[in-house]
Write a protein that binds this ligand. Sequence first.
Ligand SMILES: [Zn+2]
Ligand SMILES: [Zn+2]
Length: 141
Amino acid sequence: MFDFQSLFGNAANEPVAGQKRKAAQCYDTDLQRVESQLNALPISVLKKAKDMKIRELKRFLTLRNIHIPSGIERSELVNMVENRRDSTCSICLEELCGQVVKTWPCGHIFHATCNLHYGLGKADSGRTSPVPCPVCKNPLA
Ligand SMILES: [Zn+2]
Ligand SMILES: [Zn+2]
């Protein structure tokens, strides 16, 4: 069951105060502000930005109180959302930051424990061929 309250409750409460303090001190540009606001969003709400039209992207961000600077390119927004997605484990969708991680030959990074459970799951299902990366489907060498 998706725990809506804990995810959005946290994001909406404490970090915002800290964000506002930071914003006054160290964000020089609107882009950095957008980036920091994106980083405060729970990763599970972020969809693949590459598949989104600029209008969808803007609507998605505006609904989350992220003001889009005028004149911003779609590619800039897409990059920011994708960067945010890259800082998370694609198996459990949680932050990689500060955790023991496992890097695959394709360059994708997962929590070591998530990686282990993923591999064990494949082994349990009787799989003997190389296990594909959960993101890009390249086999683990
Ligand atoms: Zn994980
Ligand atoms: Zn991969």
